[in-house]
Write a protein that binds this ligand. Structure first.
Ligand code: SF4
Length: 436
């Protein structure tokens, strides 16, 4: 009887409100599959109880890889303990929290390995090592048993960043929203990292200030395949910093306009307003941009300067007017609990919530990243209460409710889905957020 080889299991743990396509793990799946490794994916945001069931089934995975964030440390540690208790399975963690604080996850009953560089470099080399049984831990991977390889992270050049696999995590699970209407959608990524330095953001530290962009032609080819294979007509750019290379960004917009007319683009990850100007907005609109999130973070320009986001009020005003003129819906992102706001949260968040220039607003609680926090501190819980109040002010406003209705995001007939979403949103507290 033929024995099936033991797969590598990639796990996306719960983190925030939305289950966006796990681009990082899917990209790792591409590389593992290209080397002939059996790979499975498990998204616990979509299937919360699936891990126990999978671990009790044969063949058991040889390696379980969990994705970490600064917001889900506690959950990941609990999942690691669950995997380790279930048998002879090696464990590895990837993602921002693992890269910045590997020691928080390594040790008995926890992870065997933590990847500090690109997972697409570290994990395949690790799988080879585990199979061969001898040698040093690969570059950019920290090991619990102290057998360390070169500690410098291994980074892939931008033109070798893989195209994410859409089967291991089936794209069909992510092609629509639970209540929002609209054409089939897909998340894409054109770059990795960020050279800037917003005080609340762990990304520059994770990638040591580097930014790498994919070839715009390769991104366009990926989008065209998504349209052909899944009927995708709405693309969500999930980059940390899509404006890292203005020339490449402009080239991508031109390619979309010429080769994929009629598709819709969204930028949901909080663009920096100081990097945009009216010309950019016009180009984005011409390429089909319909929704943009701007990371404003604070209503106070003084606080914005202190956190490294020098966005002038007049410039923001001009941008918002241009976007409105081009029919682009704008969500303003704001942070509760910023240390640089010196406790002015209540007032500032209320002003943000009532700011009628934004079509929608989104509030998150600031999570520390220089040290990891498993359980929200008293200050974060206080910020979460301000956040809830701000959402109440924003979405209790009839004008915003009408806007949601116009955008078909408030379907009256789907009460169970609306109730589920409201319950998830209430539970999110300081953990995460998401607009309505
Ligand atoms: S621009 Fe975005 S990715 Fe870059 S440091 Fe600021 S928040 Fe982070």
């Amino acid at each position: 009887m033929e024995i099936s080889p033991r797969p590598v299991l990639l796990v996306a743990p719960p983190v925030t409100f939305e289950a966006t396509f796990p681009l990082g793990l899917a990209s790792l799946a591409t590389v593992l599959r290209s080397r002939g490794r059996p790979v499975e994916g498990l998204d616990l945001r979509l299937f919360p109880d699936a891990l126990g069931r999978r671990l009790s089934r044969s063949p058991v995975p040889s390696l379980v890889v969990l994705e970490t964030s600064i917001r889900n440390v506690r959950v990941v540690r609990r999942l690691l303990a669950q995997v380790r208790a279930s048998g002879d399975i090696r464990t590895a963690v990837v993602g921002t929290a693992a890269a910045l604080h590997p020691d928080a996850f390594l040790g008995p009953g926890q992870a065997d390995f933590a990847v500090t560089g690109d997972p697409e470099e570290g994990i395949p080399a690790l799988v080879d090592l585990l199979e061969g049984g001898r040698g040093r831990t690969p570059a950019g991977v920290a090991a619990a048993d102290g057998v360390l390889g070169p500690t410098d992270p291994a980074w892939l050049p931008g033109d070798r960043l893989p195209v994410p696999d859409r089967e291991v995590f089936p794209q069909v699970h992510y092609g629509s929203h639970d209540i929002r209407r609209g054409p089939p959608r897909a998340a894409v990524e054109t770059s990795r990292g960020c050279p800037l330095a917003c005080s609340f953001c762990p990304v520059p530290a994770r990638y040591r200030g580097t930014w790498r962009g994919r070839d715009p032609e390769a991104v366009l080819d990926e989008m065209a395949r998504l349209r052909r294979d899944f009927g995708t007509r709405r693309f969500l750019f999930e980059d940390e910093q899509p404006l890292g290379d203005p020339l490449a960004f402009g080239r991508l917009l031109t390619l979309v306009r010429r080769r994929l007319p009629g598709v819709e683009l969204q930028f949901p990850n909080g663009l920096r307003g100081d990097l945009l100007d009216q010309e950019w907005v016009e180009e984005m609109a011409a390429a089909g941009t319909r929704q943009v999130a701007i990371g404003v973070e604070s209503v106070s320009s003084e606080v914005r300067s202190r956190i490294g986001r020098p966005l002038d009020d007049g410039h923001l005003d001009g941008l918002l007017r241009t976007m409105q003129r081009h029919g682009i819906r704008v969500t303003g992102y704001f942070l509760a609990g910023l240390p640089e706001a010196h406790g002015r949260d209540g007032l500032d968040l209320a002003r943000a919530a009532l700011d009628g220039r934004f079509d929608y607003v989104h509030f998150s609680v600031c999570w520390p990243w220089r040290r990891l926090v498993e359980i929200p501190t008293a200050g974060m819980r206080r910020a979460a209460r301000w956040r809830a109040l701000a959402y109440g002010l924003a979405y209790g406003n009839p004008r915003r409710l009408i806007r949601l209705r116009e955008d078909r995001d408030l379907p009256w007939g789907r009460w169970p889905a609306l109730a589920r979403r409201l319950a998830t949103w209430m539970r999110a507290g300081s953990q995460g957020g998401g607009g309505w």
